[in-house]
Each structure stands twice: as structure tokens, then as C-alpha cells.
Design a protein around this ligand. Structure first.
Ligand code: EPU
Length: 419
């Protein structure tokens, strides 16, 4: 897996239609939430990607049945083993942290090695622990492993230490089975958090305020089995739209929820990209004379950090100096050093801020993918570059994008997977 590379010949305008996959960041918490019921659950539109295989592997380790066929996963957590989830299982997936809430609620105890995942800056677990403590958990250890216990979870009114996505999801998964009412303030409201709430409500949970930063949850004593379709991946939509725009292509992207990307469309308009939104699709048309903008990331509904690197790839083709302000992570501008190898002259002001002056004719080079989204960003740059680009570490890209090379090829891109 680690030895695979992408070979991309740039300069071809993409053309055609492509359907978006289910959301990784919705599927992961929803799969973890299946531990909250002893009845069977069927999930459809699950993306077939490395992160999903990793979480499935952890379910098996816990003695839970989890079978994937095509894009459907059937999960049955009749019983869940109370065992320590060790480092080798969680090291590839920071989202393993999502087992804290469900295991506490189901078994009254969780022991989890510190999760790994993308190398994109310091990502503390404080928000998770504080929330679970508010709901009555005791942190027994958080030096070598995360060890939490809760004889009983009790609903309460509290504020998270920040609007952490997986922190909010852990708090929700613990609160749905707690006794009494919980109010979770400063909740993250990303589309994947919303999808988790809809899923839990279909299992009998009582979550209100979905899509806002204040969730109200009335605890129930039991959740039942259900069938749920994972929401489509707005981060993949954004990436494909940018692929069309950067190659001056004409592409229809299907099966999307346009409202997941309101601010993204706004920024695209500012840059001067031509596109048309349908009820559940978007048509991107060739655009010339793109203009530089200021791009600042923040929690939903502001501009998503996960689309910062892909959008910056487009900004290399815009006239003038764009300013990028990544407010969430301190390691998410690394891809600019890769784009430098392709001829860009970015000004990296500090770990959070950079300037890109364009338009720059990018040139093919040997570059690396630094994380999932940085990987998507360099793929986009390669699609616009003159000549051939070889991208290593594509394992990261495979973690988050279902068959990105196949999808781009179906739109006419020259992209090969080589070993
Ligand atoms: N942060 C802030 N301010 C906030 C919220 C967060 O500075 O208001 C900082 C935190 O301190 C933390 C970092 O931002 O260091 C990450 O935030 P968060 O805890 O929300 O991240 P996460 O829950 O660990 C999820 C996604 C990430 C995505 C982030 C941010 C999943 C499984 N992961 O991670 O997805 O980048 O939210 O939206 O949902 C990816 O898919 O490539 C990915 C890394």
C-alpha cells in the first residue's frame, strides 16, 4: 500500500459526469455508534476506503459482527468485549477516539491506546475528556492509555472546551443513553455531526437542535436497530468541483447536498468560477481570469479546513495575491513546500498563514502527499501542471477518497496508479 504512487499528466480539461461517494467523516462516528444497540444495523452508501476497513477491523477485535458488501455495511453488536484497544489497531486512525463515548455508554468502561492519524498538528483530546466527565465519567488514566469508567451516565448542561467535531460526537453518543436531559453547548455542527444525530434519532434517540451549536438530548434507556444511508461527502464534492475548475473543464457532479457547501460556493464566486447548482447536483463550466481572494478556515458553517489545501491549489491559478489563514490546525500548510517543487513561490508567514501569488504555470515534479487533504490538493495541482507529476504517500489519499483515480480517469484525466 505505502509504495503506491500516482503518475499524473496535467493540462487536460476534465469532462463528464461523476457521482459522489458517502462521507468518511459521517460513516466513522455512525459505525462507532452501532455499539450503542444490541440489534442489527444496516448502513448504505458507506465509502469503500482504508479508514472504513480500519474501523471495521476494530469492531471485529471487539467481537462485533461487521460485514461490508459493496457499499453496504451490516453491523450487529450483540455483545461488545470490554478489552483494551491496543496501539497497533488505533495508530492508523485518529478517529478511533470515537469509541470513547459508545464504549462508556455500552460497557461502563473504555481502555484505548492514544489514537494516531494524520500528521496535521497538535490535536488534543481535552474536549472529549471534559465532555465525558461532565456526563459522569471518571478518567482513570490518560498517560499511557485512555482509561475511563462510568458506573452511570447522567444528563447535564455543559459547554465543550471548543467546537471539536469528534469531541461533540463522543458527547452525543454518551448523552443519548444517559439518564435525564443534556444540553451540549458549543457543539460542532458539521454535516457529518448532523448525520450522526439523524442516525441516532432513527434508532430511538431524542436529539434536538441538530445543525446548531446547542444540542438538547433527552436520554433514553435503549436504542434499537435501524437502516441508514450515509450522507454524501461534501469534502469530495468540493475536491471534484476544484478539479473541474483548475483544469477549466465541464463537469456535472451528482448526488450532492448543496447546503453543505454554502460558504464554498460563495468563495468560488469570489474567485470567478462559473458553476450552476441544481437540487442535488452542480455543473462546473470553464472559467478564465480567476481572481485572488482571502481564505480563512473555521468551524461549520465557515470554510472547512479540509478544503483549504484543495482550494489553495486553485488559487495558484488566480491573478494576484491570495491570503490563506488556517485557524484550526498548525500543520496544514505543509503541502505548500510540495507546490514549491512545482514552481509555486508561496510566502509562508507562520504555521497558520501564507500568501500565494498567481497565476503560476505549475510544472510536473516528484512530490509527496502529507495528509488526506494535502494529498487532494497536490493531485489538483498536478492536474493543472505542465508535464508529468509523480505523487508518493498516496496511502493518505486512499484513506479518505473512494477511488479518486478511477473517478478522475472517468472524467478524462491521465492518472495512473503505479508501484
Ligand atoms: N480547533 C480549534 N477551534 C475549534 C475547534 C477545533 O482550534 O473551535 C482545533 C482543535 O484544537 C484541534 C483541531 O482544531 O486541534 C481539530 O479539531 P477537531 O477536534 O474538530 O478535529 P477532529 O474531531 O479530530 C474532525 C475530522 C477531521 C477534520 C476536523 C476539523 C473526523 C473523523 N475528522 O477531526 O477530518 O479536519 O474535524 O473539521 O471527523 C479529514 O477528514 O481529513 C480530517 C482530518
Amino acid at each position: 500500500m505505502h509504495t503506491h504512487r500516482f503518475l499524473i499528466k496535467g493540462g487536460i480539461p476534465l469532462k463528464g459526469q461523476v457521482k459522489v461517494s458517502g462521507s468518511k467523516n459521517a460513516a466513522l462516528p455512525i459505525i462507532a455508534a452501532c455499539l450503542l444497540t444490541n440489534e442489527p444495523v444496516t448502513l448504505t452508501n458507506v465509502p469503500d476506503i482504508a479508514d472504513i476497513a480500519t474501523i471495521q477491523h476494530i469492531l471485529h477485535f471487539l467481537g462485533v459482527k461487521a460485514e461490508m458488501e459493496g457499499n453496504t455495511m451490516k453491523i450487529h453488536a450483540e455483545a461488545v468485549a470490554n478489552v483494551e484497544i491496543q496501539h497497533d489497531l488505533v495508530s492508523k486512525l485518529r478517529a478511533s477516539i470515537l469509541f470513547l463515548g459508545p464504549l462508556l455508554a455500552r460497557n461502563g468502561e473504555v481502555r484505548l491506546a492514544f489514537p494516531g492519524g494524520c500528521v496535521i498538528g497538535k490535536r488534543p483530546v481535552d474536549a472529549h475528556l471534559l465532555a465525558l466527565e461532565e456526563l459522569g465519567a471518571e478518567v482513570v488514566n490518560f498517560d499511557e492509555i485512555l482509561h475511563l469508567k462510568a458506573d452511570k451516565l447522567t444528563g447535564t448542561d455543559f459547554i465543550l472546551s471548543e467546537a471539536s467535531v469528534t469531541g461533540t460526537e463522543n458527547a452525543i453518543m454518551a448523552a443519548v443513553l444517559a439518564e435525564g436531559e443534556s444540553v451540549i453547548r458549543l457543539s460542532a455542527a458539521e454535516p457529518h455531526v448532523q448525520d450522526l444525530c439523524h442516525f441516532l434519532n432513527s434508532m430511538g434517540a431524542k436529539i434536538g437542535g441538530i445543525g446548531t451549536h446547542t444540542l438538547r438530548i433527552e436520554g433514553v434507556s435503549k436504542l434499537h436497530g435501524t437502516e441508514h444511508r450515509i450522507t454524501s461527502d461534501y469534502l469530495e464534492v468540493g475536491t471534484l468541483v476544484l478539479a473541474a475548475a483548475i483544469t477549466k473543464g465541464s463537469v456535472d457532479i451528482l448526488d450532492i447536498d448543496p447546503h453543505h457547501l454554502d460558504i464554498f460556493w460563495q468563495k468560488l464566486k469570489e474567485v470567478g468560477v462559473h458553476f450552476e447548482l441544481g437540487k442535488d447536483s452542480v455543473r462546473v463550466q470553464p472559467s478564465h481570469n480567476l481572481k485572488a481572494i482571502r481564505l480563512q478556515t473555521a468551524v461549520f458553517p465557515s470554510f472547512p479546513t479540509d478544503l483549504q489545501a484543495p482550494f489553495a491549489a486553485l488559487l495558484t491559478q488566480a491573478e494576484g495575491t491570495s491570503f490563506i489563514f488556517e485557524t484550526l490546525f498548525d500543520g496544514r500548510l505543509q503541502y505548500l513546500y510540495e507546490l514549491e517543487k512545482m514552481g509555486l513561490r508561496p510566502k509562508i508567514l507562520n504555521p497558520y498563514q501564507a500568501e500565494i501569488t498567481g497565476p503560476t504555470q505549475l510544472k510536473g515534479a516528484a512530490i509527496a502527499s502529507c495528509d488526506i487533504r494535502a494529498g487532494a490538493g497536490v493531485v489538483l495541482a498536478a492536474l493543472a501542471a505542465e508535464g508529468e507529476t509523480e505523487i508518493s504517500n498516496i496511502y493518505y489519499i486512499d484513506r479518505g477518497y473512494e477511488g479518486i483515480d478511477k473517478k478522475l480517469r472517468s472524467l478524462g484525466a491521465e492518472i495512473k496508479r503505479i508501484q
